[in-house]
Design a protein around this ligand. Sequence first.
Ligand SMILES: [Zn+2]
Ligand SMILES: [Zn+2]
Length: 371
Amino acid sequence: MATTGRDYYELLGVSKDASEAEIKRAFRRLARELHPDVSEAADAEERFREVAEAYQVLSNTETRQLYDRYGHAGLQGGGFSPGTFDFGSLSDIFSAFFGDDLFGAGGGRRARGADVVAEVAIDLVEASRGVDREVALEVAVACDRCGGNGADPGTPIVTCATCRGAGRLQQVSRSVFGEFVRTQACPRCAGAGRVPERPCSECGGSGRVVDERTLEVTIPPGIHDGQQIRISGEGHAGSVGGRAGDVYVRVRVRPDERFVREGDDIFSTVDLTIAQAALGATVTTDTLDGPADLEFEPGTQPGQIRILRGRGMPVLQGFGRGDHRVLVNVVVPHRLTTEQRELLERFEQLSSDDTYRADEGFFEKLKSAFR
Ligand SMILES: [Zn+2]
Ligand SMILES: [Zn+2]
């Protein structure tokens, strides 16, 4: 999928500070208008892809922040490429975002069952390792009593009177923008064109009953917030002979207050006291793999960054891991006892420019001793 160069907020027609709900509303409205199933315009598919891409980026906190800060370049730098996950066809995207329509969107897909959307939330640490989750779903399955054809056993199936067997209805809408014709699946026969004369008493004639199921979903290491996992054929049952829809599991990755994630990299801060920074110290800090001891040399400065190579998030469906960058923060005492104050005043008296002159660090000296 080619990445659009256009401004995502402009594409969705929302302001930069639009809420999540506003973004969703805007996309829903545009998708309804542009989706190739409903729009006759030649560029509808291209425009739909653009707004879908914009929605994909702006509906996800992580990619939205990247985009806000660095624009399109930030997304590429952060490893984002739209639709890299398996999103399926355009109509699948549509039902993935808005789906759960038991009978599918149009007569053209009448035989195939609709997709089901589910959501799971996992912690950042779980996202770093990958995790299996059970997801509870309500799916429509073929009715046992009628075998899925919707007719009470032994009764005939006749042509639908509402659509006269066509399966589709045309609806003319008038708006300030003029008149438009929209084709939709016949609500009576759900696009089949035929209906049971006497509906099955078990399923009411739909041929399907709702069943509760639990799916085991394997979430791969490195998944990003908002990405979806598609599980083929586990969605709603199709009408007779049609294959079942898919299940889309949208994965939410809960923010971890200890870490900031940017693409596959992790950032965190570590606090050193002024004495630890000046004298050198070993300090324990949290990483995705658990606590780690970091050694800091004497004269460590605030703002120094310790890079823990390969300790960031795993690359989704790839090899290796990002880095973990630890930013050094030096904390200055807020309150001093009389004795501490005297000691610091004494220390200041004994200090000269030389005290603060950058020097070859302790570890540099140690290293050169081994060269
Ligand atoms: Zn039935
Ligand atoms: Zn009909």
